[in-house]
Design a protein around this ligand. Structure first.
Ligand SMILES: [Fe+2]
Length: 348
């Protein structure tokens, strides 16, 4: 299995994973002749597919949670946000159940270097972002050995962290040209609006609400809404900030390509210690795949390959299936373990 952007889809490729649009199955794994669907997929805002072909045979891309758990979470969140927007009521019973399934999945699946690989359509990318952010936050929580109650609170706060955005003016929220000072101030209201919205539901913990309030605060006081510094920011909010930024940077949209995991790693590392908690960031980058299985990489020895598997303790040194060797005329498939070949590094 490997990830291929729509323009690079070839007739011999087969879909490797089901594609959902909201909760409905759009295309089933195993579908061939994909070129006939490319226009429709592109119109839905889908940027890439997971496919199977000869080159990627036998390469598995493990996900942190089961597909049905994702669908359950999307369903619960969509439902909750819809009722909140239309009736102003905030019933989180479905959310509570859905985040517990997420936590169960994370604990029952073996420790893997995760790369979240959900395919978002334009219409549901807000839902996908909230769910991915929650999974990333939980991965840090799991490494910190948080207890089940703490994991639940972290998940609940994370999945609802941007609920305040539903109260913003969509014309400003989705504006693609630069924001005026007033418009930016309007956007910066969403953490406080989110906190106030979550106060409506007495079943939510105060800490879950605090996560919505503080997720844009930064250690050096440059965040908003209160410009809190250092330990004025709750540790869970610092976790959520990392998860939120990382997913925003790496998300693929039809109108812009997301950063690679490595580019996002460098971007976050540049802010490490000043704006972002160094210890938590270190834990995070030990939980995710910097070079996810199925991605194409160029190596320092001039070879090119597909990431085949991860070395658990060395996120920068995965095992590569070499697919294109400039020293041979015929394409020869073989594996190169970067942990055994320390002079070779990934260039791109
Ligand atoms: Fe936000």
């Amino acid at each position: 299995m490997r990830k291929v952007y729509l323009p690079d889809i070839q007739p011999h490729m087969y879909l490797a994973r089901d594609i959902y649009h909201f909760n409905g199955l759009l295309l089933k794994a195993g579908t061939g002749n994909l070129n006939r669907y490319l226009n429709s997929l592109s119109n839905l805002g889908i940027a890439f597919l997971y496919i199977n072909d000869d080159l990627s045979e036998g390469i598995d891309i493990p996900d942190a949670v089961a597909e049905e758990t994702r669908v359950k979470c999307k369903d619960a969140l969509q439902d909750t946000l819809f009722h909140f927007r239309t009736e102003g009521s905030l019933d989180t019973a479905h959310i509570t159940e859905a985040v517990d399934s997420l936590i169960d999945d994370l604990f029952t699946r073996k420790d893997i270097l995760v790369s979240l690989s959900d395919i978002a359509t334009t219409d549901d990318n807000t839902l996908v972002h909230s769910i991915n952010t929650t999974i990333y936050a939980l991965l840090i929580g799991k490494r910190l050995e948080l207890n089940p109650t703490e994991m639940h609170v972290l998940a609940e706060g994370a999945i609802l962290h941007d609920i305040g955005k539903t109260l913003l003016d969509p014309k400003i929220l989705f504006k693609t040209t630069p924001l005026t000072k007033e418009e930016f101030a309007h956007i910066q209201n969403h953490p406080l609006q989110g906190y106030q919205a979550l106060q409506q539901n007495p079943l939510l913990s105060e800490l879950s609400r605090l996560l919505a309030l503080q997720h844009h605060e930064r250690l050096d006081g440059s965040g908003y809404p209160y410009h809190l510094k250092g330990n004025e920011i709750h540790r869970f909010s610092k976790i959520l900030a990392i998860a939120d930024i990382y997913d925003a940077l790496t998300s693929e949209r039809c109108y812009r390509k997301g950063m690679s995991n490595y580019q996002a790693y460098e971007t976050l590392m540049a802010e490490c210690g000043d704006k972002i908690d160094a210890e938590l960031l270190h834990i995070f980058f030990n939980s995710i795949a910097i070079y996810p299985n199925g991605s194409i990489v160029n190596l320092s020895n001039g070879l090119r390959g597909i990431v085949k598997a991860q070395n658990e303790k060395a996120p920068f040194r995965p095992i590569i299936r070499v697919i294109d060797d400039v020293h041979y005329e015929e394409v020869k498939l073989y594996d190169l373990d970067l942990l055994q070949n320390l002079s070779v590094i990934i260039m791109r």
